[in-house]
Design a protein around this ligand. Structure first.
Ligand SMILES: Nc1nc2c(ncn2[C@@H]2O[C@H](COP(=O)(O)OP(=O)(O)OP(=O)(O)O)[C@@H](O)[C@H]2O)c(=O)[nH]1
Ligand SMILES: [Mg+2]
Length: 301
């Protein structure tokens, strides 16, 4: 007999559903894991810290369960108002989920992880510890990381995964499904994310700008889509100083052109058709420390 079609709000017998946060230090691979589980690029990723700046929901639905993942910014020692707001996003998320996937980097467990573990211990949600990047560690290093992670949260045996290759991810998802309660379909079964198309487009542009800049420039970049029609996107790339503006524009505009070329490719994949992308670079002095700018760029309250 064919299974009945899943519908928003329905609760088929034995169906499980719940919220799962993905928490961890900057750069441990949280967003890569979300994309791997959903087999779609929902969150941007990069090897620059603080890539993720909002809580991004990604919905995973099967006939048996629905997990609403919440990818979060990397928890870190803040130096700016932006950093404080990002940490607040993480703390608020921990409070609202059924389960937390606590990601640590298998190449080394450190003080930052210990701090996050202490935060997690103060909350009631279940925690699964996940050692990521097992594709790049020796068995000996993995055993050490596993022991160090177990010392932080002794009640839970860590999962070893590679968010990049997908190794171990199926087992992790199975354990997460088992950890959420029985419940109804929370999002339409074909939903993928709660991000608007405009937000996704702004994020793709930011991803390319991060990819192509270094040192303090990536931290200083924010992107706003000013106008978006069927075939045209007009967006501003904000930086904090005029010297950074020069870097992002590049020699005779070469850097901005490259950002645009790479971003357009991904935007066209997202939208499914060609677009004209118009980028300008603007300076918003010290925006990371200014409430009005942070709100304009959509970075919490
Ligand atoms: N080798 C390897 N690299 C990985 C793996 N997962 C993620 N990475 C890389 O690690 C870097 C950071 O990945 P992200 O997914 O952006 O990390 P994040 O935890 O979301 O980072 P923030 O949003 O800044 O907190 C990227 O260069 C990824 O390609 C993995 O399993 N193996
Ligand atoms: Mg991220």
């Amino acid at each position: 007999m064919p299974k009945p079609k899943l519908e928003l709000g329905s609760a088929p017998e034995g169906f499980r559903s719940g919220f799962v946060s993905i928490i961890g230090r900057p750069n441990v691979g949280k967003s890569t894991l979300l994309n791997q589980i959903l087999r779609n690029k929902v969150a941007i990723t990069s090897d620059r810290p603080q890539t993720t700046r909002n809580a991004i929901r990604g919905v995973y639905t099967t006939d048996e369960a629905q997990l609403v993942f919440v990818d979060t910014p990397g928890m870190h020692r803040p130096r700016t108002e932006l950093g404080r707001r990002l940490n607040r996003v993480v703390r608020d998320t921990i409070d609202e989920v059924d389960v937390t996937a606590f990601l640590v980097d298998a190449t080394g467990v450190g003080k930052g992880d210990a701090f996050i573990a202490s935060e997690l211990r103060r909350h009631s949600a279940r925690v699964l510890v996940v050692l990521n990047k097992i594709d790049v560690v020796t068995p000996r290093a993995l055993a050490k990381a596993s022991a160090d992670a177990t010392a932080l949260l002794p009640d839970v045996a860590p999962f070893g995964i590679s968010a990049r290759t997908g190794d171990g991810v199926e087992d992790l998802v199975r354990a997460l499904v088992a950890a959420v309660p029985e419940g109804p379909v929370l999002y339409p079964p074909d939903a993928l994310t709660d991000q608007s198309q405009t937000q996704s487009v702004a994020e793709l542009i930011r991803e390319k700008a991060l990819e192509l800049t270094r040192e303090e420039v990536p931290h200083s970049i924010a992107v706003v889509v000013e106008d978006m029609t069927e075939d045209r996107v007009i967006a501003s790339i904000f930086v904090e100083r005029s010297s950074q503006k020069g870097i992002v524009i590049g020699k005779r505009g070469s850097m901005l052109k490259e950002i645009g070329t790479r971003a357009r490719r991904d935007i066209e994949l997202l939208l499914g058709h060609g677009v004209y992308l118009d980028l300008v670079v603007k300076v918003a002095p010290d925006w990371q420390s200014k409430d009005a700018s942070l709100e304009r760029f959509g970075y919490g309250s």
